[in-house]
Design a protein around this ligand. Structure first.
Ligand code: AHR
Length: 503
């Protein structure tokens, strides 16, 4: 028989972590697998618009309310000639794409992507190639994108039919340059030098831009966190953010351990903040470097299928993880972890957006559907904007293979000042039992429960598939109650919860 556990939480209107930068809810589209071709772009699809973009996919992206999308990679960018993707489509070359061992036709390039981003109501976060290329090409692409006119590259943009500059604000200085798998992999010294010189020139071209230097590809890299310190010692004065990437998997099918991985993410963020501040102190600098967590997700389901793919095909089914309920719960815990650090994490990119380790899946010529991980992201992106409050949580704890003292509850509260709303996001990690959560909401007298949304299910391994796209969908519960400054709510076992309070 199921028991009920108890947990306690205190949030106070005056005890704040910081404001959410909306770009925390960014995402990522790489030229990889079917993210672009058959994902956002499929000209022959019945729902394609005149430019070939799938309107059904655009609708799902808009529902997620994604303010920024990183492009065009990823590992792809380290071998990419951005000029291959501009100008008349029929003249664009097909290339061997070495990062993912496929053929890239270049039918979609930066202009098409910027058009798509406009339709998706999102900004572009552009990455430059520091693998096979360098300062000159970074300068050229920035001039093409952001310079108003009267120069070779800006006039070429106009000639291509795009009169106004894009004014792309955020630029990544390469991708995962610490990884031996990267085309043009570098040591921290080599990368630090090229990133510094590229950043300097890019800011001369457009002083309004913000630059992201590559941090480690994950906290498990042997060069972490020495890489961060060295790179920042070179680039500190010219960059604004340092990147973090992390993916988790459940290869050994150990759900309690898998759901605890957000504790590792939390440690990762803390270490990177400390490293940034160490370099700040060393340089006697007044400037603060913030964090861009520009790749994060669950990624492992597709590993075996990907290892069997034949090379040199076009838009293969690559990195097509089909996510289950437990993945959605970890994604929820990871979102809460990002929210706990909004004072330093300003940009986040769920990697990725469509088909490739993505919340949205498509069938060629057919359906587009929401994966399980779509829901926590959509809830956080839509209701988790405003000011994050620092919670005190007292909950039972458990130990796993890799973690000690894992609280069964992961939770955070976000006040949306414009709407007089307070939203509590909470994951119950407990495998067996629901949790009765008693939450003090100091300073929120008169607030009422608007809704309690839950994502849960009888089978933590269940997924949404083409055949059954609505197997795991959120439902509303009505057990939450408010008495003065006390909120009482039951969080079902293995569940993602959104408790929305309003005046
Ligand atoms: O998102 C998939 C890949 O993961 C990206 O191309 C790379 O940056 C990371 O290793």
């Amino acid at each position: 028989m199921a028991n009920t556990q108890k947990a306690m939480m205190i949030v106070d209107k005056h005890y704040k972590i910081g404001k959410v930068d909306p770009r925390l809810y960014g995402s990522f589209i790489e030229h990889l697998g079917r993210a672009v071709y058959e994902g956002i772009y499929e000209p022959d699809h019945p729902k394609a618009d005149v430019r070939g973009f799938r309107k059904d996919v655009l609708e799902l992206v808009c529902e997620l309310n994604v303010p920024i999308v990183r492009y065009p990679g990823g590992n792809f960018v380290s071998g990419y000639n951005w000029e291959d993707g501009i100008g008349p489509v029929e003249e664009r070359p097909s290339r061997l794409e070495l990062a993912w061992r496929v053929i890239e036709t270049n039918e979609v390039g930066l202009n098409e992507f910027c058009e798509w981003a406009n339709k998706a109501n999102t900004e572009v976060m552009m990455a430059v190639n520091l693998g096979t290329r360098g300062i000159q090409d970074a300068k050229n692409i920035l001039e093409y994108c952001n310079h108003p006119g009267g120069t070779y590259w800006s006039d070429l943009r106009k000639k291509h039919g795009y009169r106004d500059p894009y004014n792309i604000k955020v630029w990544c200085l390469g991708n995962e340059m610490d990884g031996p798998w990267q085309i043009g992999h570098k040591t921290a010294e080599e990368y630090g030098r090229i990133a510094y010189e590229t950043a300097k020139v890019m800011k001369w071209v457009d002083p309004e831009i913000e630059l992201v230097a590559c941090g480690s590809s994950s906290s498990k890299m042997p060069t972490f966190p020495e890489w961060e310190a060295t790179v920042l010692e070179h680039t500190y004065d010219y960059v604004d953010y340092l990147s973090l990437h992390i993916y988790y998997g459940n290869q050994d099918n150990n759900t309690p351990n898998f759901l605890a991985n957000s504790l590792d993410m939390d440690e990762f963020i803390k270490t990177v903040i400390s490293t940034c501040d160490y370099v700040k102190a060393k340089k006697r600098s007044k400037k603060k470097i913030n964090l861009s967590f520009d790749e994060w997700n669950v990624w492992y389901h597709s590993n075996e299928a990907d290892s069997k793919l034949e090379p040199w095909c076009m838009a293969p089914h690559q990195l097509e993880d089909i996510y289950n309920l437990e993945d959605a719960l970890l994604v929820g815990c990871m979102l809460i972890t990002l929210l706990k650090h909004v004072d330093r994490v300003k940009i986040g990119c769920l990697a990725q957006l469509v088909n490739v380790i993505a919340p949205i899946m498509t069938e060629k010529g057919g359906l587009a559907w929401r994966q399980t991980i779509y829901y926590p992201f959509m809830h956080a992106s839509n209701y988790g904007r405003g000011t994050v409050l620092n919670p005190i949580i007292d909950a039972p704890k458990y130990d796993t293979k890799d973690y000690m003292d894992v609280p069964i509850i992961e939770a955070i509260a976000v006040e949306n000042d414009d709407k007089d709303e307070l939203t509590i996001f909470a994951v119950n990690r407990d495998m067996e039992d629901g949790v009765d959560l008693e939450c003090t909401i100091a300073g929120y007298e008169g607030y009422k429960i608007k809704e309690h949304i839950v994502l849960d299910g009888d089978d933590v391994k269940a997924s949404n598939t083409l055949e059954n796209p609505n197997r795991i969908v959120p439902r509303n519960l009505s057990n939450a109650q408010i008495d003065g400054e006390m909120l009482f709510v039951n969080l079902p076992r293995l569940s993602w919860n959104v408790i929305r309070l309003a005046k």
